[in-house]
Unconditional design. Structure first.
Length: 375
């Protein structure tokens, strides 16, 4: 029997055990001869990290630290939603303190994950149970039918107060959306030079971070011109900065939208996660989940956005409305580790049939988008 969700393609596959998410999220785990799941062999760095976390957790619990949940904006379509959150250990009075006037970046990383904790996700009469992974994360699909627009679900864990997670439900009639990079596209960060990256990420007061001129107005005009169009913020930044990033976007009047970040540190099979692969996999996932939506891909020419967007446009031409690249100034390009005004980079050559636009700020991109007929 078909329904509204079918017009957005097949519902994302759920775990075999309905209502219980998988512990292992690093890929399919082969069954043993007895038919039970084999325990994957973790990378040495991951094993060291787990051992350190275990020792620190015992000490922090003795000093009164308690579990709390950080909910991230999710998304979905009629019939399903993607829910993302993280369960952490923190001081018991963190929520009552309120946010300090000055928030240094390092505070976002002073956290300890709560591993393999049971998490309940509730919406109306639907209750879905899963467990956090070794980094305290939950990223799961819940079969629930919510109306288009912004909604919410409740997330609860033992020993902690329930929290609400906002969820953006795309209308099946929507045919246009925005996927935006963050660093040097909406926020001036001058990454990835190591020392500057460390300063901007761990030291700089969050209120000192600057917005890229004209980009908030550009996005607001886009969602006004395309009613119901979602805006996804895709970054290689760590989930630790999600609350800071959410406040930044709100403070600078960017449209609200799901954050699609990643987890820094060791994985099950390598020392560090690949930021490029995170972006590639996320773009492919969105194209699969919303096959009838054409995306405007917005990024900058300071890192690898052009290369990644070009690859995606070639592989999924029917899912790309256009590509808008913010050109960094020569100084910004040098600070970001990219040569200014690259002219021979094949990644900057647009695929045949694609609208590939470039300007130094939001105002310039808006004019080009109008000329290209995208608004």
């Amino acid at each position: 029997m078909s329904g509204p969700a079918d017009r957005f393609g097949a519902r994302p596959r759920l775990p075999r055990v309905v209502g219980v998410g998988r512990l292992w999220q690093g890929g399919r785990v082969p069954p043993t001869a007895a038919g039970q799941l084999a325990v994957p062999q973790l990378h040495r760095a991951a094993r060291i990290e787990d051992a350190v976390h275990h020792l620190v957790e015992r000490r922090l619990r003795r000093t009164g630290w308690r579990i709390h949940t950080v909910a991230y904006p999710g998304y979905g379509a009629p019939g399903w939603i993607r829910v993302m959150c993280r369960v952490l250990l923190g001081r018991p009075d963190n929520r009552q303190r309120g946010r300090p006037e000055k928030v240094r970046g390092w505070r976002s990383f002073a956290t300890l994950p709560a591993k393999y904790v049971t998490v309940a996700i509730e919406s109306g009469d639907v209750r879905h149970e899963t467990r956090t992974d070794r980094s305290g994360f939950v990223d799961t699909i819940v079969p629930v039918d919510l109306p288009p627009g912004w909604g919410s679900v409740w997330i609860s864990v033992p020993e902690a107060e329930p929290v609400q997670a906002p969820v953006r439900i795309l209308d099946p009639q929507v045919r246009f959306g925005v996927i935006s990079d963050v660093d040097d596209t909406v926020m001036v960060t001058t990454l990835p030079r190591p020392l500057l990256a460390a300063w901007n990420t761990f030291v700089l007061d969050e209120h000192a971070r600057a917005a890229v001129p004209g980009m908030a107005v550009l996005y607001e005009r886009l969602v006004t011109a395309h009613p119901g169009a979602p805006v996804f913020y895709l970054s290689t930044g760590a989930w630790n900065v999600a609350p800071t990033l959410t406040r930044f976007l709100s403070r600078h009047l960017y449209p609200a939208g799901p954050l699609l970040l990643t987890d820094w540190g060791p994985t099950a099979d390598r020392w560090f996660r690949s930021g490029r692969e995170h972006k590639r996999a996320t773009l492919t996932r969105l194209a699969t989940e919303f096959p009838e939506v054409k995306w405007l891909l917005v990024g900058d020419d300071g890192q690898h956005d052009q290369e990644i967007y070009r690859e995606f446009a070639v592989a999924h031409p029917d899912n790309v409305a256009g590509v808008a690249i913010r050109r960094l100034s020569p100084t910004q390009a040098v600070l970001a580790g990219a040569p200014p005004n690259p002219v021979s980079d094949s990644a900057s050559v647009p695929p045949v049939g694609q609208k590939w636009l470039s300007a130094p700020d939001g105002a310039g991109l808006w004019q080009l988008l109008r000329d290209a007929g995208l608004v």
